[in-house]
Design a protein around this ligand. Sequence first.
Ligand code: ZN
Ligand code: ZN
Length: 137
Amino acid sequence: MKIDGRCHCGHIAYEAEIDPEQVQLCHCTDCQTLSGSAFRAVAMSREGSFKLLSGTLTHYVKTAESGRQRLQSFCPECGTPIYSTGMGEGAKVHALRLGAIRQRNALVPKLQIWRRSAQPWLVDLGAIRAAEKDAPS
Ligand SMILES: [Zn+2]
Ligand SMILES: [Zn+2]
């Protein structure tokens, strides 16, 4: 499936090919911190299909407990996370951040990983008081 994405401010635009079966959530504590949210949702690109159409990405190298390094790429202007990828030879597949993909409404996660560090309230998300738009004042 061909997808395209952009950051919030519009500096970064890209396109890629993804497999809709390869959409997943990660509950690891690094993803919680780096996404600024309770978990991260990603779509895996097909090898070598990521193409940056505009802008210049900023990178941060995350070193995991295992010593494995992942390159985290984001917009230098607005901070929108765009993807992570391996270093060197592992740099062919991009874990594209779901929130920046235009077609995200059609992409349903098929797997969740690092469930052991998931925020406990996620299992009962539907029980949290909800408003269709902004919070009532
Ligand atoms: Zn931006
Ligand atoms: Zn993670």
